[in-house]
Design a protein around this ligand. Sequence first.
Ligand code: C2O
Ligand code: CU
Ligand code: CU
Length: 471
Amino acid sequence: MLGCSDDDESDAPSAGAQALAEGQPLRKLSVLANESTQSTEFSATLAAAPTPTALQAGTLTQLWLYNGAIPGPLVELREGQHVRVVLDNRLAQDSTIHWHGMPVPPAQDGNPMDPVPPGTRRLYEFDVPHGSAGTYWYHPHPHLKTAEQVAHGLAGPVIVRAADDPLASLPDVTLFITGLRLDVHAQVEADDPIDWSVGRQKETLLVNGGRLPVHPVSPGATQRWRIVNATAARHFRLALEGHTLTLVGTDGGLLGAPIADLPEVLVAPAQRIEVVVSANAAPNGRYRLRALRHETDFLGLGSYADEDLMTMVTTSGLPAAPVIIPSALRAIAALGEPELQQLVEFDEAMGMCTSNGATVAFLINGRIFDPGRVDLVTNVGRVESWDIVNRTGMAHPFHIHGTQFQLVSRQAGTQVTPAPYLAWIDTVLVPALETATIRTRQTMPGKRMFHCHILEHEDNCMMAILDVRPS
Ligand code: C2O
Ligand code: CU
Ligand code: CU
């Protein structure tokens, strides 16, 4: 486990992250302390710094962490708060903090065009609007270096809480899933050409910084789990052995109504879900939370297998009383009729974006990312329909900054499938050779990024700029 002593001479360092202790209790996330004395304000500092960490006996692994925590500390906010967070960049390269999924002004959103140089600090300042309660995350977003910085440990959760949360009485558990891949010297391994083509593979999966943790619950307990996929490129088809899941929330917070009895839920890179779990009423049960095999590329370049993430165990004792969850969670209004259609097409090309050592580049509308170019234009408040057309042989999780959007339909061949329910999302998975149609609207003027959230694709030119003009 983290912090195991390095004078334990009996264990030689082993390859990969095998020596990360398995089966420890699920860790509580460290919470970023609010330095403001006023409850309407949140102020704090996140220092991004190289952090030697004892992961394997006899060696220190150079992770890059926020405030020394793996994952980064939980930023717990309330609707209506004014937020001031300073990034103290102690890395040897540019960084930023991007507030993934949150409606923060473009200039405060950690775009690659606004780097924070090594050895400097900058203040990010924004309001948390009412209606934005949900599960988000923060991560660096520097030009060309996002994948490397996240692979070293820089990412953490954000929870925005509402005063009128209909599920407030449930125990609230955050499961922040990250990947870690170490070389034979127990250092974070650089991406190889396969990673640069399909996204970082073969990572050891950590939940709240622990390997295969154990989560004890009372028999029959009802809990709310917020699950964050903070990996670079892994698609999780999540299933809990012996249980079904009740989906209650997506990227942008609660659904209109719970969707019960789901055997599995797919969570693409960068996506979040909230599920209610009603544990079996029998004591001393063990149930694995698993990511079932899910192939996302036609060439089979990714490493695909069933993988375990965590084990829920029911303790001994009498069963907890069942909890009825409300049949209505909150109102979600459909975004209205679109005033404009926009087209976003994914293609692949050889030899167009090679600075990271990749051979294949993925393009958006035929072009590679240029931080000095505007790719699409919109106006504040305008509802648009975007067709996101994937002409490549692999799935891409498509993300737009600064807003939550709504999936309208998917198309595969001539088969059009309407979205099964209305939800706020900021990342939509577009499988190979399929099209996703969304409705989206921006509320603040400035430049917004849109990109594939496989971090190697984002760094490798599969990103573009939406200029939001005042209306
Ligand atoms: Cu989490 Cu530009 O993304
Ligand atoms: Cu984002
Ligand atoms: Cu991609």
